[in-house]
Structure formats: C-alpha cells, structure tokens
Design a binder for this molecule. Sequence first.
Ligand SMILES: NC(=O)c1ccc[n+]([C@@H]2O[C@H](COP(=O)([O-])OP(=O)(O)OC[C@H]3O[C@@H](n4cnc5c(N)ncnc54)[C@H](OP(=O)(O)O)[C@@H]3O)[C@@H](O)[C@H]2O)c1
Length: 283
Amino acid sequence: VTSTPKVVILGASGMVGRAWSLLLERERIECAKPADGHFDLKDPRSIETFIPKGARTVINCAAFTDVDGAEANEAEATAVNGVALGPLLERCVQVNARLVHYSTDYVFSGDAREPYKTTTPLAPLGAYGRSKAVGEALIANSRCSTLLVRTSWVYAPWGKNFVRTIAELGRSRPELKVVDDQRGRPTSAEHLAATTYALVKRGASGTFHVTDGGECTWFQFAEEIVKLTSGTASVKPCTSAEYPRPARRPKYSVLDLSETEALLGPMPDWRTNLRDVCGRLSS
Ligand SMILES: NC(=O)c1ccc[n+]([C@@H]2O[C@H](COP(=O)([O-])OP(=O)(O)OC[C@H]3O[C@@H](n4cnc5c(N)ncnc54)[C@H](OP(=O)(O)O)[C@@H]3O)[C@@H](O)[C@H]2O)c1
C-alpha cells in the first residue's frame, strides 16, 4: 500500500530545496517533490494538485531569487514571492498542513547598527525585498500554522552561489575585487535546512532567523573562500560604488539569532561551515 507522503518540498531543485531533499533522505522521511516544469507556484490549480490531502508539512523553497532581475521584472517577482502565498496558505489551511517558508535579510533597510530582530519593521530597498515582504505580510495575516525563516547569503556545494563563483575565480584570475562595505551573515544551505528541521521538530511557529554564526563583509568572506580552496588570486577590497548593480544592497544585514539560539544553542561560526563546504567542492 502506498501512502501519500506527509512532507512536500516545493522548489526541491533549488539550492535550499536540494539541502532539504538530502536531509530528509538521510532521515528516511518520505517526501513529495513536484518536478520542475510541472509545478508552478503562481498557479493555484498547481498548488492544489501538488499539495494533496494528507500532507502535514509543506516546505516552500520555491522563489524568484534573481535580486537584480527583480528590478526589471518586479511583477513576476511579486507574483511568485508575494501573491502566490495567498493560495498556498489557503491550501495548507484546507489540508491542515503546516507551512515552512523562507524569507530574506533584504526585507530590511540595511542602515541598522545592530542585528535585525525578528520583530524589526520591514523596509526593503529593492524589488526582490519588496516581493518577499508581500509574502511575509500574507503569512502574518493568515490563520495557517507557519514557520517563517529569514536567512541571508546562502551557499552550498551545488547551485549558483558566491562560494562556488569565488572558488572558481580564485583559481582562474590573478586578482579579485570584492565589496568590503556590506556586512552580513553567510549561511550554509545544509545548516539552514538542518536548523529549520530542528525548529520544525520542536513545533516552533512564527518568525525565526537562521544563518551561520559570526559576521563578515563579502570581501572577508571571499578571502576565506580563496584560502580554503587553495586559490592563487589576490583578493582586494572595493566599495559598492565601484561595483554598481541594478539592485541596491543593504550595507548592514546581520540577522539577530537570539530566539533561534535560545531554543537550539549557538549557530556554528561561518568559517566552520564554510570549511566543511569548501572541503566538498569539486575542483
Ligand atoms: N540564496 C540566498 O542567498 C537567499 C538569501 C535569503 C533568502 N533566500 C530564500 O531562500 C529560499 C530558497 O532560495 P534558494 O537560494 O534555494 O533559491 P534557488 O536556488 O534560486 O531555487 C529556487 C527554486 O524555486 C523554483 N521556482 C522559481 N519560480 C518558481 C515557480 N513559479 N514555480 C515553482 N517553482 C519555482 C526554482 O525552479 P527553477 O530553477 O526551475 O526556476 C528553484 O527550484 C527562497 O525563499 C529565497 O528567497 C535565499
């Protein structure tokens, strides 16, 4: 007799979705993963089809994540990261499933001098942050049981991310210039999935922040990546003004971890998680 899996991962092919897939496989927890090209978060019928009765936990890792692309295509970003949450929350209420959802440090303005608390008012600088804030507002006004996890600067041994890009460039370029005036917290996708899972097991609901411990600038992050991957490039600091991008980035986006750490203990330092991931990057 085959039963319906109680866990559904949306966006399982993405960076965080893949970490969740591997984690649940290790835990021997059966899960459903709607395949790319079949599932569209923007389509309520698709949501109904892929979140069957019997689902107990829906892990939403699907999102429009192209921060610069969102500036030119805010409607699409808002449709996926914002408006789609309406039918998703409704479906979760209907089948009595809890929704685990991810949001971002980019919902904050970036001008703080101390870590952003889970309760700090949102003030996004750009289209991506605004689209994620729309999703957060729908969650806040829903009666669905929800675990909302904000995270930042996510990397993994797979997918398109800063660590893999810098590891590659650190071997192929003589010099790298990296911005030294944006400070935040890197986050290993595997640590993020494992910590979210620990929160789920504790029955946590509401908003939590999950990142690696410690903080750094992108320049410091890049220096450490090049060192850990035996790169030969010399890494030089530069300012955001020297490296203009379509979307404005927060200068300071350190997320306060105190509520998560009170439940689960200290988050491992970013250098520790980075060493582990760099050790598994294929050269
Ligand atoms: N990466 C970061 O640094 C970071 C930082 C803070 C927060 N977050 C949040 O963490 C979560 C996971 O991010 P990630 O880095 O794992 O993203 P990702 O690697 O870009 O993966 C996103 C996934 O969503 C899928 N997707 C996009 N549009 C969809 C749609 N309309 N219907 C169904 N699936 C769709 C993608 O499929 P296709 O590839 O087929 O489009 C992909 O599988 C997101 O909520 C993101 O906002 C990420």
